[in-house]
Design a protein around this ligand. Structure first.
Ligand SMILES: *Cc1c(COP(=O)(O)O)cnc(C)c1O
Length: 427
């Protein structure tokens, strides 16, 4: 059979039932797996045979869903984690140790920023944050001899900047390190970072992939293309024996295709344990089946909302990469010609007060600390997540007091537009 297309993979990839087996991915809600002899289980521990023995390391339900996400991204291996935060942490910590360094786009999710700049700093891992639109020279200047990875988001949450993946990949590879891209907002339906030179992709599956606000989760996918052996001195964790795992050398035993994810599974998941529940992976899989349909509707609805806002007299500015005239429109058309995401941000004339009144006037859209699910929801950072900050502090954080973030759902576009129009009338 020839390579399947995206919508087909979203339904079928990762799981092919045999004769008389369940058509749906079964939920294997079991921590343990039975073996007849101790020798059989011993071979599993030595990574000599493959098989399941304890769900903290691997579980069949989780693995089927990971294999689907791997196929969607066009990777060589993948694993699921209990949250997007865990995915970001594992993706870096798998190859970066105390005393080493990462170059990172400054336009990233706030939770990721905190993980990197505060928590991982306490572990001795240092990050240099660069403007995603910096020149090649400025990007070059951020590297150090101890740099081990580069990190960015395809479409940043909530800034909605679009990463120039090729520019960041080129810089990373010139320094012999991989580019890791958080592809949460675009999803593989709209962008496949590996095709532009990224080496590893992460996801908060909590967002569009699950799509229904059912289950928090994360994923890490490896392209299998980064040559760890060519830069063996930088990545001893992959290229020299792991004494904590019977002296296995990951690149030798599992090849470039499997080394990175195997290490993250048998070492990080073993020791840190951020495994998702099989039940949650089952929900995630249901979401994945309709991802292409939903992304199409999210993007169409968001574009309609962005166009409406752009022409509205009470709106001072609109940011949506899918909108012509947006500073990131051209780059979005290059990397995501079929659509970007469903999140739009805009300013209400009259600042903090007016934005607050706009929110209160919404009826269909709910006020929620979430983005990227089926239901339209909205957040006014200045009166919620950032409410303790003064207008000056907000500006420094890149959040203007009038900023409203609207996560456009998959309801009928007309109903969403009427809700937004009514709320603006009430300002
Ligand atoms: C939400 C989010 C995360 C964190 O994911 P959780 O599943 O909430 O832990 C990471 N990156 C991006 C881009 C996100 O939007």
């Amino acid at each position: 059979m020839s390579e399947q297309r995206m919508s087909t993979k979203c339904i079928h990839a990762g799981y092919t039932p045999g004769n008389g087996e369940p058509r749906n991915i079964p939920i294997i809600q079991s921590t343990t797996f039975r073996y007849a002899t101790g020798e059989q289980m011993g071979a599993l521990f030595d990574l000599e045979a493959s098989g399941y023995f304890y769900t903290r390391l691997q579980n069949p339900t989780n693995d089927h869903v990971a294999a689907k996400i791997c196929a969607l991204e066009g990777g060589s291996a993948a694993m699921l984690t209990s949250s997007g935060q865990a995915a970001s942490f594992y993706a870096i910590f798998n190859i970066v140790s105390c005393g080493e360094h990462v170059v990172c786009s400054s336009s990233i999710y706030g939770g990721t920023y905190n993980l990197f700049a505060v928590t991982m700093k306490r572990m001795g891992i240092h990050f240099t944050f660069v403007d995603p639109d910096c020149s090649e020279e400025e990007l070059e200047a951020a590297f150090r001899p101890e740099t081990r990875a580069v990190f960015g988001e395809t479409i940043a949450n909530p800034a909605l900047t679009v990463l120039d993946i090729e520019k960041f990949a080129k810089a990373a590879h010139a320094h012999g390190v991989p580019l890791i891209v958080d592809n949460t907002f675009a999803t593989p339906v709209n962008c496949r970072p590996f095709e532009w030179g990224a080496d590893i992709v992460t996801h908060s599956t909590t967002k569009y992939m699950d799509g229904h606000a059912n289950a928090v989760g994360g994923a890490i996918v490896d392209s299998g293309k980064f040559d760890w052996n060519a830069h063996a001195d930088k990545f001893p964790g992959l290229t020299t024996p792991d004494e904590s795992y019977h002296g296995v050398t990951y690149t030798q035993r599992f090849g470039l295709e499997g080394a990175y994810i195997t290490k993250a599974t048998v070492q990080l998941m073993r020791d840190l344990g951020a495994i998702p529940a099989p039940q949650n992976c089952y929900y995630l899989n249901i979401g994945l089946e309709t991802l292409p349909l939903r992304m199409k509707q999210h993007c169409a609805n968001a574009l309609a909302v962005a166009k409406f806002l752009k022409d509205h007299p009470k709106v001072s500015w609109v940011r949506y990469p899918g909108l012509e005239g947006d500073p990131y429109h051209e780059r979005a058309m290059k990397y995501m010609p079929n659509g970007t995401c469903g999140v739009v941000s805009f300013g209400v004339k009259g600042g903090r007060e007016a934005a607050s009144r706009f929110m209160a006037g919404l009826e269909l859209a709910s006020i929620a600390t979430h983005v990227a699910d089926a239901k339209t929801c909205t957040l006014h950072p200045a009166s919620t997540t950032h409410r303790q900050m003064t207008d000056e502090e907000l500006a420094a954080a890149g959040v203007s007091p009038d900023l409203v973030r609207l996560s456009v759902g998959i309801e009928d576009a007309q109903d969403i537009l009427e809700d937004v129009e009514r709320a603006l009338d009430r300002v």
